[in-house]
Design a protein around this ligand. Structure first.
Ligand code: PGA
Length: 216
């Protein structure tokens, strides 16, 4: 099984999000793949729309792009794991953009992982290199900062070499992210060592994302 994660980041209006899902479904439904699991990660406001539209589609799940480190309570503006667990199955935690722009610390990231596990939301932990802490999760996404959004995807051999340095627990899924596109996706997923891809820019257009699915 290969995991393909569409990380829309801070993009799309409601109508753009809806038409992405409709267009994706038109292309995906006829060819539903048993060997691929797709995780669509829209912004918070569209999670329930995505969950509703994708609920009966095999091997397609919905993920959030972040989660609060806090539980229920007086935390205005926070979206916590208990709330998300009623709509999403996965959550991206510790993305380098949040570590940089929001000053996310390891302490916050650990709380986010713990909260997610408490409410059975599957964390996808993003790490930039072997210095970031690997918490006890089932999915680790290695995303070298220089490769994100730059067109400079890291070589598959380097991605595989990094896996050895990360000391993942047995069975932990290893995902790569950073300028993945339809042309290079298979150079990663053809290796048993790489369980999937976290796709940013190339996931914004449903046709491009469907090309990736086809090529994996
Ligand atoms: P990118 O982003 O595919 O645009 O490089 C990947 C990510 O940040 O998850």
């Amino acid at each position: 099984m290969k995991y393909l994660i569409a990380n829309w980041k801070a993009n799309k209006t409601l109508s753009e999000a809806t038409s992405w899902i409709d267009s994706f479904l038109a292309q995906y439904t006829p060819v539903q793949r048993k060997d691929i699991h797709i995780i669509v990660c829209p912004s918070f406001p569209y999670l329930s729309v995505a969950a509703e539209k994708l609920k009966n589609i095999k091997n397609v799940s919905v993920g959030a792009q972040d989660v609060s480190p806090y539980d229920d309570g007086p935390h205005t503006g926070e979206v916590n794991a208990r709330i998300l667990s009623s709509i999403a199955q996965y959550v991206i935690i510790g993305h380098s953009e949040r570590r940089r722009e929001k000053g996310e610390t390891e302490e916050m990231i650990e709380q986010k992982v713990l909260q997610s596990k408490k409410y059975r939301l599957e964390p996808i932990l993003c790490v930039r290199n072997s210095e970031d802490v690997i918490y006890d999760v089932n999915f680790v996404a290695y995303e070298p900062v220089a490769a994100i959004g730059s067109g400079q995807n890291e070589k598959p051999e380097e991605v595989i070499a990094m896996k050895a340095q990360l000391n993942l627990k047995p069975g932990c899924k290893y995902i790569y992210g950073g300028s993945v596109n339809a042309a290079n996706c298979n150079t990663y997923t053809k290796h048993d060592a790489i369980d999937g891809l976290l796709v940013g820019s190339a996931s914004l257009d449903p046709k491009l994302f469907s090309e990736i699915i086809k090529n994996v």
